[in-house]
Design a protein around this ligand. Structure first.
Ligand code: ATP
Ligand code: MG
Length: 291
């Protein structure tokens, strides 16, 4: 491919394979100018992050929604995809799109009709009950069922900076599809024994997919529901996490009343109470993901 420096207009011939996946900037070796890459290059393809854990109620949807909203607030174009039949992403955002992921994958509708702009720069592909039929369709495929999501999203992934997935508790064919598509996995881990055990279980599931996909890895472990009123217990769980997953552990998200109120009002934590501890914690997570 040819990249032209916008300053000195020198044309550089570069092999696409040599551009690191997440690289957004280039430096001209003629005039030294640094500039943003644009156009449908591999470098411009979205970062794809799945928020998952087999254990239920650990803060997956809350984290997916607030991370996506925080990235959009920072000026990035974000697609948030709900792969859970509970359909709570749209509920949390207070929107009710007429169609979503099911219609896009089954080609009943195209991207223009299936995608919904929930906020400025934040687009959603809704989940919910229609996904049950989609899962049956995936399960019936003799071949390539795990790639149905990847094949569909290929057509739009260059339009976004980030694609964030909220997944169901448990392990289903849609989560497998998500893990065949994303490169980065974010695990919200509530600080309790059952969840830490769930983390180990998830790791085993993930290893089965990593055999086929070298590029798939756990990038972020986010301790959630941190409650310093039970200091000893919380500190022990945190220590345990740092021992086993040190460089992946992110700043914790504390238990916060404002966060628990947000779904009732269909607001993100940044809209509901930008000065809350919840907003502070999710802003830290956004910064970490942007690092
Ligand atoms: N930091 C927090 N402080 C207080 N409440 C929270 C916090 N994070 C999430 N919650 C609340 O905890 C509940 C569970 O969170 P959430 O729905 O995000 O979990 P989940 O992992 O997506 O659940 P599921 O596995 O059922 O999809 C929700 O009512 C949510 O509002
Ligand atoms: Mg959820």
């Amino acid at each position: 491919m040819i990249i032209m420096c916008p300053h000195c207009e020198k044309e550089h011939k570069i092999s696409e394979d040599k551009i690191p996946t997440y690289s957004k900037k280039a430096k001209c070796n003629n005039c030294g100018n640094s500039f943003y890459l644009s156009g449908g290059t591999k470098a411009n393809s979205a970062r794809r992050i799945s928020v998952c854990l087999t254990k239920g109620g650990v803060g997956k949807t809350t984290t997916a929604v607030n991370l996506a909203a925080g990235l959009a607030n920072q000026g990035h174009k974000v697609l948030l995809v709900d792969t859970d039949t509970q359909g709570q992403v749209c509920f949390m955002l207070g929107v009710n799109p007429p169609a979503g992921l099911t219609e896009l994958i089954t080609e009943e509708l195209g991207p223009d009709e299936a995608l919904y702009e929930a906020r400025e720069r934040l687009w959603v592909l809704s989940g919910g009950r229609p996904l049950a039929g989609l899962k049956r369709l995936i399960d019936r495929q003799d071949f390539g069922g795990e790639l149905m999501l990847s094949n569909t999203l290929k057509q739009i992934q260059n339009d976004y900076d980030f694609i964030i997935f909220d997944t169901s508790p448990g392990w289903d064919s849609l989560t497998v599809n998500v893990l065949f598509y994303v490169n980065e996995v974010l695990l919200p881990v509530s600080l309790e024994a059952m969840t830490i055990q769930g983390l180990v279980e998830f790791h085993n599931h993930l290893a089965a997919i990593q055999k086929y996909r070298n590029e798939l890895s756990i990038k972020y472990i986010v301790p959630t529901f941190m409650d310093m009123r039970v200091k000893q217990k919380t500190t022990n769980f945190l220590k345990n996490l740092y021992t086993h997953y040190h460089k992946f552990v992110c700043p914790p998200v504390r238990y916060n009343n404002a966060v628990s109120q947000t779904p009732k009002y269909g607001m993100t934590i940044f809209e509901y109470d930008p000065n809350s501890k919840g907003a502070e914690d999710y802003n830290k997570l956004v910064k970490r993901v942007l690092q």
